[in-house]
Design a protein around this ligand. Structure first.
Ligand code: SF4
Length: 324
């Protein structure tokens, strides 16, 4: 059976977990194509107007899997951390997508870790039962998947981007030398599906690298450090991804090697308007050069490039003037 996974949204966080789990149960995993103009156009045509850019892109990725997959994996992700929620858009995703015509069957399970891990295990059992009734096989696949996921997170904490960590895990490239931190270190913060999707972000990571910057993201910081720094907020945020961004931002603001900070937001994103605002205030009070980029389907590449170049000029000027 071919299981389709949209190369979008939480793919950037949990793809190793999902892939290993399905493959261990005997399925073939099929990914949607890389984000591109055609995928976005299909998303824009079919998505409701009010949703944010990454959700519109997700529609396009689901449609790209039509004809390629027997089933599409589309969990209803409510919470991935205790006492925290994921953005409400993820809750409604299966309901929004179900309205599309001619889709293959969807694998819809609820994943809600808000209170405890019980729901996670019942989700694993429910998905596993599609392939086998043997509980040992299901739990064996689950354990291997969790191990692969742990390795993926660890590689990212060593400084790799998701695509680099995946390539390493899948044996597609030789071990890559990690960023040395000798040049300008830029902290790049944003939802993973925005900053790591080269089409949505206009390849911001590689553009910065090409201009001589070393890019550090929230995923390069361990969960423990992120949680400790995020706890400095007088009131905890509801959203797991927002907390990660805030904790990483506070951490990077205290690292002397960080020369500038960029926050990438999606137009129409409620959580981003709050987390971005908080990060901006703290960055300004620390005196570090800060850039806020808001992206939508109309954002022009030339405009983004001009802003990135101007930002790096400011960082260079500051480094030359103050040595940091
Ligand atoms: S957090 Fe923002 S960008 Fe992400 S799905 Fe929700 S509204 Fe969209």
């Amino acid at each position: 059976m071919k299981i389709g996974i949209p190369r979008s949204l939480l793919y950037y966080y949990y793809y190793p977990l999902w892939r290993v789990f399905f493959e261990e149960l005997g399925a073939e995993v099929v990914l949607s194509s890389h984000s591109a103009k055609g995928i976005l156009a299909a998303g824009l045509k079919n998505a409701v107007d009010e949703v944010c850019l990454p959700v519109k892109m997700f529609y396009g990725h689901v449609l790209d899997l039509v004809g390629k997959a027997d089933m599409i994996f589309l969990p209803r992700i409510v919470s991935v951390e205790k006492r925290e929620y994921i953005c409400p858009k993820f809750l409604g995703l299966p309901d929004m997508i179900r309205c599309l015509k001619n889709l293959p069957p969807l694998i819809e399970v609820d994943i809600n870790l808000y209170k405890n891990n019980k729901d996670f295990y019942s989700a694993v059992k429910n998905i596993g039962n599609i392939f086998t009734k043997n509980h040992l096989d299901i739990w064996g696949a689950c354990l291997k998947a969790l191990k692969a996921q742990k390795k993926y997170f660890k590689l990212m904490q060593m400084g790799l981007m998701p695509s680099e960590a995946l390539a390493l895990i899948e044996g597609r490239v030789e071990d890559k030398s990690l960023p040395d931190g000798e040049k300008m270190n830029i902290a790049l913060l944003g939802h993973p599906y925005n900053i790591y999707d080269p089409y949505i972000s206009m390849d911001i990571i590689n553009r910065f690298r090409a201009m001589g910057a070393v890019v550090a993201t929230a995923e390069h910081v361990s969960g423990k450090i992120v949680r400790n720094y995020a706890a400095r907020l007088p009131k905890k945020l509801f959203w797991s991804l927002g907390n990660r961004m805030i904790g990483a931002a506070f951490h990077y603001l205290e690292q002397p090697g960080i020369s500038g900070m960029v926050h990438v937001a999606a137009f129409g994103c409620g959580p981003d308007s709050m987390t971005g605002g908080i990060i901006e205030r703290y960055a300004h009070s620390s005196g570090i050069p800060f850039l806020n980029l808001t992206l939508d389907e109309h954002t022009g590449e030339a405009g983004v490039m001009t802003r990135l170049e101007a930002f790096l000029d400011m960082v260079r000027w500051r480094k030359a003037a103050f040595g940091s």
